[in-house]
Design a protein around this ligand. Structure first.
Ligand SMILES: *Cc1c(COP(=O)(O)O)cnc(C)c1O
Length: 373
C-alpha cells in the first residue's frame, strides 16, 4: 500500500494538461488553409462570371477536410448553396451551418429519409420516377430538384423517363435541374458535347435554373455553366483545376530516430537492407491513416524541400524513413507540403487527388488556418 502510494507519487499518471497536450508534436497534424480554399472558390466564381451562381460540393465530409468548417468559410466568401451525397450528410451539415443556405442531396429522396429532409430543410435532387412520386406524396410543397442522366448512366432520370413525367414534375415546380458530366477532366472527349446537347434537349425552354458543371465542366467554357456551377475538388486544391491554391499540409511526428549499420534490415518482412550507415526515423502514420501499403518503395516525406525516402514496409500505424542526409534528426516530416501536393501523391498511388483527400486519416488532428476566424 505504502509502496504503491509512493510509486504513484514518483510516477504520476496524470501530468498537467499543458505538459501532455502539444498536438503539433504528438499527433499527425492536417492543416487546412481556409484562405486558400475560399480563394479557389472565388477563382472559380470569377471564371463562371457574374451571372452564374457558384455553389460548393462538400460531400464525404468536405472531401475529408471537414464539411462544417469548409462550408462556413465558403459562406463568408459568399457561397449560398451546398451539395452533399446523402440526407445524413445534409443533416450533419445543417447542424454545422444553421438555417438559410440551401443544402442539396445528390442521392435524392430515399425511403426513410422523409423526416430528415423535412426537418433539416434539405432539397433532394430526385433521380427517378419512384423518387418523384415518393417526394410529391410524402412532402407536397417541399422544395426539390431533379437530376437528369445525360449519358453517364449513374444517377438521374433518363430521357425517356423524364419526357414521360416532365409535365407532372413541372407542375410541382422543381427549383433546379442538374446533370453530371462523365469526362469533364478530358476537354477533348466527345462525351462532353454529347452530354451538353442531351442536357439542352431535356431542359431547354422550361424556365427552371440549371446546373451541369462541376470543377471540370467549369473549365470547359461558358456554354457548360448554365445558372449554377457546383465545384468540389477544385475548391480543395486538386486537378483538373491546375491553377488551384494548395489547401492541405500534413505534418507527421517522428517517434524516434535510430542508427542502422550496413547489412541490417528494417521493418516487416525485412525487405529493406541498409547499404550504408543509415539514420532511420520512425514516423507516426500508416495504412490505417490512408497511406496505401503499395506506396512502399515509392514514397518520400519532406523536411522543408529535402526528400527523405520511406524505406521498408508501411505498417498500420508507422512508417520508417531514411533521414541520413538531413543535417539534424527531424522532429517531424511532411507528407503534404509545397514539394508534394495531393496530385503528386495521387500519381504515385495510381489514383486521383479525390481519393487521396478522402483517404486521409481520421486520427490526424485537423487544424484550420485562416478563414476569418
Ligand atoms: C462530386 C460531384 C460534383 C463535384 O465534382 P468535382 O469534380 O469534385 O468538382 C458535382 N456534381 C456531382 C453530381 C457530383 O457527384
Amino acid at each position: 500500500m505504502v509502496a504503491e502510494a509512493r510509486g504513484l507519487a514518483a510516477f504520476p499518471l496524470a501530468r498537467p494538461l499543458s505538459e501532455r497536450q502539444n498536438p503539433r508534436m504528438a499527433n499527425a497534424t492536417l492543416t487546412i488553409d481556409l484562405d486558400a480554399l475560399t480563394a479557389n472558390w472565388q477563382a472559380l466564381n470569377e471564371i463562371s462570371g457574374e451571372t452564374v451562381e457558384t455553389g460548393a460540393v462538400v460531400k464525404a465530409d468536405g472531401y475529408g477536410l471537414g464539411a462544417g468548417r469548409v462550408a462556413r468559410a465558403l459562406m463568408q466568401a459568399g457561397a449560398r448553396r451546398f451539395f452533399v451525397a446523402t440526407a445524413d450528410e445534409g443533416a450533419a451539415l445543417r447542424g454545422a451551418i444553421g438555417p438559410g443556405p440551401e443544402i442539396n442531396i445528390f442521392s435524392g429522396h430515399m425511403a426513410g429519409d422523409t423526416d430528415m429532409i423535412h426537418d433539416m430543410q434539405l432539397v433532394p435532387m430526385l433521380n427517378s420516377v419512384a423518387q418523384l412520386t415518393r417526394h410529391l406524396e410524402a412532402l407536397p410543397g417541399h422544395p426539390f430538384g431533379i437530376q437528369l442522366d445525360t449519358g453517364m448512366n449513374r444517377l438521374g432520370m433518363e430521357p425517356g423517363e423524364w419526357f414521360a413525367v416532365r409535365d407532372l414534375a413541372m407542375t410541382a415546380g422543381p427549383r433546379l435541374l442538374i446533370s453530371h458530366l462523365a469526362c469533364a477532366d478530358e476537354p477533348d472527349h466527345p462525351m462532353n458535347e454529347q452530354q451538353l446537347a442531351s442536357f439542352r434537349e431535356m431542359s431547354d425552354g422550361l424556365g427552371v435554373p440549371r446546373s451541369l458543371a462541376a470543377t471540370g465542366g467549369t473549365l470547359l467554357g461558358p456554354e457548360y455553366h448554365f445558372d449554377l456551377i457546383r465545384p468540389g475538388i477544385g475548391l480543395y486544391g486538386g486537378l483538373p483545376f491546375a491553377d488551384a491554391n494548395p489547401v492541405t499540409h500534413l505534418s507527421l511526428p517522428v517517434v524516434q530516430v535510430r542508427e542502422v549499420d550496413p547489412g541490417e534490415v528494417v521493418g516487416y518482412g525485412s525487405i529493406w537492407t541498409a547499404e550504408r550507415a543509415t539514420k532511420v526515423a520512425t514516423v507516426s502514420v500508416g495504412y490505417a491513416d490512408g497511406i496505401f501499403r503499395h506506396l512502399a518503395g515509392k514514397l518520400h516525406l519532406y523536411s522543408d524541400d529535402i526528400a527523405c525516402p520511406v524505406i521498408g514496409r508501411i505498417s498500420m500505424d508507422l512508417i520508417t524513413v531514411d533521414v541520413t542526409d538531413l543535417a539534424e534528426p527531424p522532429r517531424s516530416l511532411d507528407l503534404l507540403c509545397p514539394s508534394q501536393g495531393i496530385d503528386d501523391l495521387a500519381d504515385l498511388a495510381c489514383t486521383i487527388g479525390y481519393e487521396v483527400l478522402t483517404s486521409l486519416g481520421n486520427r490526424f488532428t485537423r487544424r484550420y488556418a485562416g478563414g476569418g476566424r
